[in-house]
Design a protein around this ligand. Structure first.
Ligand code: NAD
Length: 366
C-alpha cells in the first residue's frame, strides 16, 4: 500500500482520464494471457506506473475498442484486429501508439495508421530460435509419430505397430523464406545431414548459401522437397503461397511444417490433398482462421470450424495453437523491446522497430 500523499494515491486508477504527469504513459494490453504476467505486465508497470497499465483478456476488435479508454497506447498480439475502423476509433479516443508484441504486422492497417498519425512499433525479433526449434520439434513429432506413441503408452498400450517413421538424414529439405527464422531452422536441420538443402526467398541470404543452401524457384522447392518448412511472412503476395497448384507439385509423402502464419496455406486445399493421400505429414502451429479459437479454451463448446475439425481428424496431422514463440527467452525479449519502443516513442526517436505503410514512407531527398 502506498503511503498517503504519494503519487500513486493521486493517480486515477481507472485510466479513463489522461495521466497526471507528462512522463507517465497509459497502455491497454489486449489479448492478455497468463504468461504476460511473467515479464511483460511487470515491465510495463515498472515503466508506466502500476495505475497506467490495463490488461484485458479479450482481443481488440471493433466491438471491444472502447475498452482501451483513452490510453495513449494499445499493446496488441497476432490476432488483434487493428483495421481502419478500429484505428479511427482508437485515434478518437487518444491513442497515439500501437505496440505490437510480435514481429508480424499483417493485422494492422498501416496506411490508416499513417493517416491517423498513430505510430506502429513491433518486436521484430525476440527469439528466432524459439520458432525455429518449434518447427524442428513439430517435424520430429510428425515424422516419428510422437503424439500417437505418447497417448498409447499413457493407456498402457505398448504396441509400436504403425509408428514407423523415417530418418531425416539423406532427405531433401526445402526452406520457404530464409530470413531470421528460416535461416536458423536451416542451420538446425543441416545437422541432420540432408542430401539437399534448398531455399526459396525473394532475397537470398549469403549466410544460407555459405551453409550449403541452394536457392531454387518455388516450383522446384515444392517438386523436390521431402520436407518443407514455411518461414515467409504473410503479405498479399504470399497469401496461400501453398495452395491447390503448389500442393499438386509436391511429392505424395511430403512433410509440411507451418510455424509462420495460417494465411500462407490454403487450409481447404490441405484437407483435399490429405484426403487424397497426397501429403505424408503436416504440422502447423498456425491456422488461417485461428483468431476465433486460438489462445482460448473451447473444450466445452460445440466446435464450429469444419475445416479445422477435419484437419484434426487426420492421423498424420499435428496442430498446436500458435505457441512457437512461447519460450522464457522470447517473452523476456518481447517485454524489453516493448518498453524500449515506448521510451523511443516518448522521446520522439525514430526506431527500426517502427513499421510504416510503404505509401507513407517519406520519399528519399533528391
Ligand atoms: P524475416 O523478415 O526475417 O524473414 C522473412 C523472409 O521471407 C525474408 O528473407 C524475405 O525476403 C522472405 N520473403 C518475403 N516475402 C517473400 C516472397 N513473396 N517470396 C519469397 N520470400 C519472401 O522474418 P522472420 O523473423 O524469419 O519471421 C518469419 C515469419 O514467422 C513472421 O513473419 C511471422 O509471420 C512468423 N512468426 C511466427 C511465430 C509463431 O509463434 N508461430 C513467431 C514469430 C514469427
Amino acid at each position: 500500500q502506498a503511503p498517503r500523499g504519494t503519487r500513486r494515491e493521486t493517480q486515477d486508477p481507472t485510466l479513463d482520464t489522461h495521466p497526471l504527469d507528462a512522463m507517465s504513459f497509459s497502455v491497454t494490453l489486449f489479448s492478455h494471457q497468463k504468461y504476460d504476467n511473467n515479464f511483460l505486465v511487470p515491465a510495463l508497470k515498472e515503466h508506466c506506473g502500476e495505475a497506467h497499465v490495463k490488461s484485458i483478456p479479450v482481443g481488440l476488435t471493433n466491438d471491444t475498442v472502447e475498452l482501451a479508454g483513452n490510453s495513449q497506447a494499445v499493446c496488441l498480439f497476432v490476432n488483434d484486429v487493428a483495421d481502419k475502423e478500429v484505428l479511427t476509433k482508437l485515434s478518437a479516443q487518444g491513442c497515439k501508439l500501437i505496440l505490437l508484441r510480435n514481429a508480424g504486422f499483417n493485422n494492422v492497417d498501416l496506411e490508416a495508421a499513417g493517416e491517423l498519425n498513430i505510430s506502429v512499433r513491433r518486436v521484430p525479433a525476440y527469439s528466432p530460435y524459439a520458432v525455429a526449434e518449434m518447427a524442428v520439434a513439430l517435424l520430429l513429432a510428425v515424422v516419428r509419430k510422437i503424439p500417437k506413441a505418447y497417448n498409447r503408452v499413457r493407456e498402457h498400450n505398448f504396441s509400436i505397430s504403425g509408428l514407423e517413421g523415417f530418418d531425416i538424414r539423406g532427405k531433401k529439405i526445402g526452406i520457404l523464406g530464409t530470413g531470421n527464422i528460416g535461416k536458423i531452422t536451416a542451420e538446425i536441420l543441416k545437422g541432420f545431414g540432408p542430401s539437399r538443402l534448398m531455399g526459396h526467398d525473394a532475397f537470398p541470404s549469403e549466410e544460407c548459401k555459405a551453409m550449403g543452401m541452394e536457392y531454387v524457384s518455388l516450383e522446384e522447392l515444392c517438386r523436390e522437397s521431402d520436407i518443407i518448412s514455411i518461414h515467409v511472412p504473410l503479405f498479399p503476395s504470399t497469401y496461400h503461397i501453398i495452395g491447390v497448384e503448389t500442393l499438386k507439385l509436391m511429392k505424395p509423402n511430403v512433410i509440411i511444417i507451418n510455424t509462420s502464419r495460417g494465411g500462407l496455406v490454403d487450409a481447404e486445399a490441405l484437407v483435399d490433398a490429405l484426403k487424397q493421400n497426397r501429403i505424408g505429414g503436416l504440422a502447423m502451429d498456425v491456422y488461417e482462421h485461428e483468431s476465433s479459437f486460438f489462445f482460448h479454451d473451447c473444450s466445452d463448446q460445440v466446435f464450429g470450424d469444419d475445416i479445422l475439425s477435419r484437419l484434426l481428424s487426420f492421423h498424420n496431422v499435428i496442430i498446436t495453437a500458435h505457441q512457437a514463440f512461447l519460450t522464457k527467452e522470447a517473452l523476456e525479449q518481447i517485454s524489453l523491446t516493448t518498453v524500449q519502443n515506448i521510451k523511443d516513442f516518448k522521446e520522439g526517436k525514430e526506431s527500426r522497430n517502427e513499421v510504416k505503410s510503404i505509401k507513407k514512407v517519406d520519399a528519399p531527398a533528391k
